[in-house]
Write a protein that binds this ligand. Structure first.
Ligand code: MN3
Length: 203
């Protein structure tokens, strides 16, 4: 059985950028619902016991066709949100840009940290409808790219490694920011857990 992970901080710890009411709803209702629906979909299918969630998403063709779309949607929802929470951290005041190898890669691939932020925000803003924006490592090279996915899809299903992502479903920001996705994205930049991004890059 898959389980809702506890947040590594309190519901109000990301204020004022992410408000407590949104965090409670997003984690306790939306994410919980993905977990519940994933468990229900996998009921009676051995693949749910033999493969981890990451393995299921990496090998969707191994999932029986009758539950494949449910695993993609609800398993993706569970995976994406678990990653999203882990990549947030209570604000420390000023944004602490990443250093070391990650900063070098951002400079090499995007021109610099500020250029990376601008390009990431643009991609997340221009994504039409519900979905996610991601920073991924391309499988064959030391190259970072920004991609977006629809619904609860994740680039791991395309063989990529994800090191950062932001939820651009309206449920992630509508309570506090209404239709102002740009303001939500600016807020999110204050909350990125860069040490965790670096850990994922090296993993
Ligand atoms: Mn969400």
């Amino acid at each position: 059985m898959h389980q809702l992970p506890n947040l590594p901080y309190d519901y109000d710890a990301l204020e004022p950028w992410f408000d407590e009411a949104t965090m409670r709803l997003h984690h306790g209702k939306h994410h919980q619902s993905y977990v519940d629906k994933l468990n229900k979909a996998l009921e009676g299918y051995p693949v749910g016991q033999t493969l981890s969630l990451l393995e299921l998403l990496r090998q969707l063709d191994q999932v029986p066709e009758v539950i494949r779309q449910a695993v993609r949607n609800y398993g993706g929802g569970h995976f994406n949100h678990s990653l999203f929470w882990q990549l947030l951290t209570p604000p420390l005041g000023q944004i602490q840009p990443p250093a070391g190898e990650l900063l070098e890669l951002l400079e090499k691939n995007f021109g610099g940290f500020a250029d990376f932020q601008a390009k990431f925000k643009e991609a997340a803003l221009n994504h039409f409808g519900s979905g996610w924006a991601w920073l991924v490592v391309e499988p064959t090279e030391e190259k970072l790219t920004i991609v977006t996915t629809a619904n609860q899809d994740n680039p791991v299903s395309e063989g990529k490694k994800v090191i950062l992502g932001v939820d651009v479903w309206e449920h992630a920001y509508y309570l506090k920011y209404q239709n102002r996705r740009p303001d939500y994205l600016d807020a999110w930049f204050n909350l990125i857990n860069w040490p965790e991004v670096i850990r994922l890059l090296k993993s």
